[in-house]
Design a protein around this ligand. Structure first.
Ligand SMILES: Cc1cc2nc3c(=O)[nH]c(=O)nc-3n(C[C@H](O)[C@H](O)[C@H](O)COP(=O)(O)O)c2cc1C
Length: 202
């Protein structure tokens, strides 16, 4: 496969992202859409965790989670975040930074309904990021939630939905020999402004 190089990179980082992502889908053994999501809490402490970035478009990067989770609380206090992908099979990494907002209810509903019923039930039964006494307690909560909901299981709870990260900085990193790696950075001052590009030293 001919790989899309940064030397002939398009002017729009989303176009380049989608080209690289298609290559990652073809070559990564699992989860090319997995990325580390970093948020910053009210005390200034950063935290990161993996998420699945389910859709990337001209508007930005979409992921779905529990709005009351740690990341949800941190995004309420400070609606900015960073993503980092690493595609080992390609020797590539992408970093994304920008402002975060909630997706509208229709978009969150559409993704919620696309998930398997078992995943929906687990998302409903889990108070994500809260402590639980034991694995047995968690499994009992899961069973009880399933019995309580019955046929209404498919409704999306209000505290679960999507976020959109609108990028203001995107960096494309390519492995090169002798650690003389290639870094191509795109930046823009406003969400709809023009992108500027520059190379960064590795
Ligand atoms: C590969 C992978 C993908 C994941 N995708 C998601 C996701 O899309 N949404 C989510 O809420 N948690 C996802 N998780 C779990 C999170 O990493 C994390 O444990 C959870 O969201 C709680 O994070 P928080 O306490 O910082 O809010 C994923 C974990 C892994 C390892």
């Amino acid at each position: 496969m001919r790989r899309v190089s940064t030397a002939a990179a398009p002017k729009d980082p989303i176009v380049l992202f989608l080209a690289w992502f298609a290559e990652a889908e073809a070559s990564e053994p699992t989860l090319p859409d997995a990325a580390s999501l970093a948020t910053v809490g009210g005390d200034g402490m950063p935290a990161n965790r993996m998420v699945l970035v389910k859709r990337v478009s001209a508007d930005g990067f979409e992921f779905h989670t529990n709005y009351r989770s740690r990341k949800g609380r941190e995004l309420t206090a400070n609606p900015r975040a960073a993503l980092a992908y690493h595609w080992k099979s390609l020797g590539r990494s992408i970093r994304v930074e920008g402002a975060v907002s909630k997706l509208d209810a229709a978009a969150s509903d559409a993704y919620w309904l696309s998930r398997p019923a078992g995943s929906r039930l687990s998302a409903r039964a889990s108070q994500q990021s809260e402590p639980v006494a034991s694995r047995a307690t968690l499994e009992r909560m899961h069973r009880e939630e399933g019995a309580r909901l019955g046929e209404s299981e498919s409704a999306r709870p209000e505290h679960w939905g999507g976020y959109l990260l609108a990028p203001s900085r995107v960096e494309f990193w390519t492995h090169r020999d002798d650690r003389l790696h290639e870094r191509l950075e795109f930046r823009r001052a406003t969400a709809s402004g023009p992108w500027t590009r520059r190379l960064l030293q590795p």
